[in-house]
Design a protein around this ligand. Structure first.
Ligand code: GLA
Length: 382
C-alpha cells in the first residue's frame, strides 16, 4: 500500500516527499447509543480504514484527491465553507476549523491523497477514520503536540459543529486509541479508558454489512439525541444527575410516570445498555464468552424495541446469525442499516456464512457482505 500511495502522490502532485498514514475503521462490541449520555462503550479499531499521504505546501492552498470519491478538489485556508457537492471534504475542513477554534495554527496548505479500503455507510465509522487521519497528520506536520483526548474531541467537534451530527466521542476515540487484539473500555463521561485483551480462543469476530443504503440516518440519530436530552432535562432536577447513565436499572419503575412512553423507552435502553456494557467487559476479562454473547443479544433487543434504531435489514441479519450458530450477535454503530457484529465458533464460520447469505438474500432481496478484517492499532504513520 505504501508504494501505491507514493506512486499516486507523485502522479497527482509531482512530488516524492509525502508522508504516509493509516487510520482504522472501528467496530463497537457493545455500549450502543450511550456515548452521548455519559456511558461506557466497548469498541475496537480494525485493520481496514483510510490510508493517506500528505505533503506541506508553501501557500495556503489545499489540494485533496480521493481514490474512492475521485476528482481533485481544491480549497483555500481562507475559505473553509461546507461544499454540498463535495461533502467528503467537509470532514477535512471541519477538522481544520476545530483546530483553529482551539488556537492551533495551520499556517500552510498541503497536498493530500486519500485511499480508503473500508465500506462506506456500513456503521464502521468512515467519517471518524478520516477525521482522525487528518488530525494526526496535521498534528505531526505543524508540531502541535495535541493529546489523544484532544485529538478525539477535535474530530468530534468537526462532526458535531461542522458536519452537523450530534455524535458522541466513541468513534474518534476508538479510531485514535485502538490497540491490536484489544477492545477499549471507555468511560465517555471522563474519557478514562482501559484496554481489554480480545481473547476469543475458538471464536471469531464476524462483521456483516446489511448493505442497506443509508437514508435518513443522520436526522434519526439527531432525533434520538434530542429525545435523551429531553429526558435528562426532566430527570436532572429530581435525581441530581448530570447524565442519564448515572441512573441504575432499579430506578426505572420510579421514573416511568415522569416520562411519556417513547421517552421512557429511550431511557430504559440507555440505562440497561450501560449495565450490559459493564457486565460484558467483565465477562470478557473472565473469559465467559457465553455471557458476552447473551449480553450482545439483549443489547440488540433493546436497540430494536426500546431505542428503535434497527429496521428490517438489521433485525433479519441478527436473527439469521443467531439461527445459524452465532454465540451472540447485534447491530453495531448508529443503526438504521449498517452492520451486525457477531461471535461465532471458528468451525461454524463457513457454514454460517453460506446459510446467512442465502436466507438474507431470499428475505431482503440482496446479499449482505461479510467483512474481512482484524483488530488493529489506532491512527499512525507508517
Ligand atoms: C455513531 C456515533 C457514535 C455513537 C454510535 C452509536 O457511530 O458517531 O458517537 O453514538 O453511533 O453508539
Amino acid at each position: 500500500m505504501k508504494q501505491q500511495l507514493i506512486t499516486n502522490f507523485y502522479q497527482l502532485f509531482n512530488r516524492t516527499d509525502g508522508l504516509t498514514y493509516f487510520s482504522p475503521a472501528r467496530v463497537n462490541l457493545i455500549g450502543e447509543h450511550i456515548d452521548y449520555n455519559g456511558g461506557y462503550v466497548f469498541p475496537c479499531a480494525l485493520s481496514i480504514g483510510t490510508y493517506g499521504i500528505i505533503g506541506k505546501r508553501n501557500d495556503n492552498i489545499i489540494n485533496v484527491s480521493s481514490h474512492s470519491f475521485g476528482k481533485m478538489y481544491q480549497f483555500s485556508l481562507d475559505n473553509l465553507e461546507r461544499d454540498p457537492l463535495v461533502s467528503w471534504a467537509d470532514y477535512i475542513k471541519g477538522v481544520i476549523v476545530a483546530l483553529h477554534k482551539r488556537g492551533y495554527k495551520i499556517t500552510h496548505g498541503f497536498d493530500l491523497y486519500i485511499h480508503g479500503n473500508m465500506p462506506y455507510g456500513a456503521g464502521l465509522s468512515s467519517s471518524a477514520s478520516l477525521e482522525s487521519l487528518i488530525v494526526v497528520m496535521l498534528d505531526d506536520m505543524f508540531n502541535l503536540n495535541i493529546s489523544l483526548e484532544d485529538k478525539a474531541l477535535i474530530g468530534q467537534d468537526a462532526e458535531n459543529n461542522f458536519v452537523g451530527v450530534n455524535s458522541g466521542i466513541m468513534d474518534q476515540f476508538a479510531v485514535l486509541a485502538g490497540k491490536k487484539n484489544h477492545a477499549i473500555m471507555l468511560n465517555t463521561n471522563t474519557l478514562e479508558y482501559k484496554y481489554v485483551p480480545l481473547e476469543l480462543n475458538d471464536y471469531r469476530l464476524l462483521i456483516v454489512n446489511t448493505n442497506k443504503k443509508r437514508g435518513l440516518a443522520d436526522s434519526k440519530y439527531n432525533e434520538r439525541y434530542k429525545e435523551t436530552r429531553k429526558a435528562l432535562s426532566i430527570l436532572k432536577p429530581i435525581y441530581l444527575i448530570s447524565n442519564l447513565c448515572e441512573l441504575k436499572p432499579s430506578i426505572l419503575p420510579q421514573i416511568k410516570d415522569l416520562l411519556d412512553d417513547v421517552i421512557f423507552k429511550r431511557v430504559r435502553h440507555v440505562v440497561t445498555e450501560q449495565d450490559r456494557t459493564i457486565k460484558a467487559s467483565n465477562a470478557l476479562i473472565n473469559h465467559n464468552l457465553e455471557m458476552f454473547g447473551e449480553l450482545m443479544i439483549q443489547s440488540h433487543e433493546s436497540l430494536k424495541n426500546d431505542y428503535d434504531v434497527t429496521g428490517i435489514e438489521l433485525d433479519t441479519l441478527q436473527s439469521l446469525l443467531m439461527k445459524h450458530g452465532a454465540l451472540g450477535a447485534r447491530m453495531t454503530g448508529a443503526g438504521f442499516g449498517g452492520s451486525c457484529v457477531a461471535i461465532v465458533n471458528k468451525d461454524l464460520v463457513k457454514d454460517l456464512t453460506l446459510k446467512v447469505l442465502e436466507s438474507y438474500k431470499e428475505i431482503i432481496g440482496y446479499e449482505p457482505s461479510f467483512i474481512e478484517t482484524s483488530v488493529s492499532d489506532g491512527t499512525h504513520k507508517f
